[in-house]
Design a protein around this ligand. Structure first.
Ligand SMILES: [Zn+2]
Length: 168
């Protein structure tokens, strides 16, 4: 798995992640697309709106666009919302990939990233949430449709992550 930082520029940060943050939660999302993390990250970075997530994940790489000490407006719970102001948002790509394997590998990569972030920021398992848990939005759509969420959370308790995989 590759890890890339493609952080927002100053102007983009002013719109998409203006507040400093100490992460207390991790929120899992899905972009309902066949597109790669690279394509989605570029689209979100260049979009004029304020919505963005910290990380975009596909079957082969993780792309970070917002530093974890800044907020992201990804949870839909308003400008003062705890989701938008205290959680690291991870977008899983490929839920509409032609090969199911791409999606399931993307979910696994998101799990590895989540586990790493839990350790790094001291986020307990009960603070790893779905976008759904903040606002009842149907996100992450495919994970919920296929009942993958409980397995995803259980597997966060297994094994250890090698720190050298990341430099966040
Ligand atoms: Zn979402």
């Amino acid at each position: 798995m590759k890890f890339k930082k493609q952080l927002l520029n100053t102007e983009q940060r002013g719109r998409k992640c203006p507040f400093s943050m100490k992460p207390e939660y991790i929120t899992i999302h899905e972009i309902n697309t066949n597109q790669s993390a690279e394509t989605v990250a570029r689209y979100v970075t260049l979009s004029f709106g304020k919505i963005a997530a910290h990380f975009f994940v596909d079957e082969e790489e993780i792309i970070q666009v917002i530093p974890c000490d800044h907020n992201a407006f990804a949870c839909g719970d308003g400008p003062e919302g705890v989701g938008n102001r205290k959680s690291i948002s991870i977008e899983i790509c490929r839920s509409k990939a032609k090969k199911d394997e791409y999606y399931y590998r993307s979910v696994e990569n998101a799990r590895v990233l989540t586990k790493y972030l839990m350790k790094k920021y001291g986020v307990p398992l009960d603070r790893v949430l779905r976008h759904y848990d903040w606002t009842k939005k149907d996100c992450p759509h495919r994970m919920m449709k296929e009942n993958l969420w409980q397995t995803f959370k259980c597997k966060l308790q297994e094994g250890e992550i090698q720190d050298e995989e990341f430099s966040l």
